[in-house]
Design a protein around this ligand. Structure first.
Ligand SMILES: [Zn+2]
Ligand SMILES: [Zn+2]
Length: 271
């Protein structure tokens, strides 16, 4: 730290300097490209609510200056000599994790999100001792293990929010074996994650009901996102009529709330 190696690239990002929520330009260096590193020029980066929490130190562990951003899509500009999966020009994505120990049971089972030594994309410290910085920046350098290819035909700006919000809804459907077409799914809450839930569940061929506390989001759910039904949770008659009608519910409401009214919507075997 302190001296800049001539082989390090200087980049500019948007950093929080304190918990006020204000971001300002911040110049820092990327590590020298290692054998398995991919250097990407950032094209798009989503804003996840966790970014807002981190910037404002809502989780109590923020370190500044902090460049947030963990829904990153960019173009590969350089790869290390041992990188086999990517080459310059590829459109790639980076999510919330950029490192792990590679040695523990979760790492060996390819569930490095459970590794106790995983390294977050920002607000963490990399193996070289430098702070990690996220995607609100001109470029990133990331180990190829934590880089994914964005398929041709998928608009890069639309791919970005899939890297956290999208995975958040896709993962439980996959994990619990809920990918069969024709299932009846409920998406509780229609914020960023709920919106992804509707799109992902619809793409699997599910009949999707959005459950929301008021009618405010009905048009967005039905007309913009293509949900099949809309259920107002504060309407006891509607809730009673929908009892036993769903195969699963994805709860995207980020505040404490009772689950019982929603569990009544399930058919036997609801996950
Ligand atoms: Zn996120
Ligand atoms: Zn590990």
């Amino acid at each position: 730290m302190g001296s800049v190696d001539a082989s390090e690239t200087t980049v500019t990002g948007w950093a929080a300097r304190d918990a006020t929520g204000h971001l300002s330009p911040y110049t820092y260096t990327l590590r020298k490209t290692g054998p398995e590193d991919v250097v990407l020029k950032v094209k798009y980066c989503g804003i996840c609510h966790t970014d807002v929490h981190q910037v404002k130190n809502d989780l109590g562990a923020s370190k500044y200056p902090m460049v947030p951003g963990h829904e990153v899509v960019g173009e590969v500009v350089e790869v290390g000599p041992e990188v086999s999966k990517f080459r310059a020009g590829d459109v790639v994505g980076v999510g919330v994790i950029v490192g792990c120990c590679r040695d523990c049971r979760p790492c060996k089972a390819n569930v490095e999100q459970y590794c106790n030594k995983k390294i977050w994309s920002y607000n963490d410290v990399y193996t070289d001792g430098k702070p990690t910085q996220g995607g609100f920046a001109s470029a990133m350098v990331v180990d190829q293990k934590f880089v994914v290819k964005i398929p041709a035909g998928l608009a890069p700006e639309q791919a970005a929010p899939l890297l956290c919000a999208g995975v958040t809804v896709y993962s439980p459907l996959k994990h619990f074996g809920l990918m069969t077409p024709g299932l009846r799914g409920g998406i509780l809450g229609l914020g960023g994650v709920g919106h992804m839930g509707v799109k992902v569940a619809k793409s699997m061929g599910h009949h999707v009901t959005v459950i929301s506390s008021s009618n405010k989001k009905r048009a967005e759910a039905m007309d913009d996102l293509g949900a099949d039904a809309y259920l107002v949770s504060s309407d006891a008659d509607q809730m009673a009529a929908a009892a036993d009608s769903l195969d699963y519910i994805i709860d995207t409401v980020p505040v404490k709330h009772p689950l019982e009214p929603y569990l009544a919507l399930r058919q036997d075997g609801l996950r």
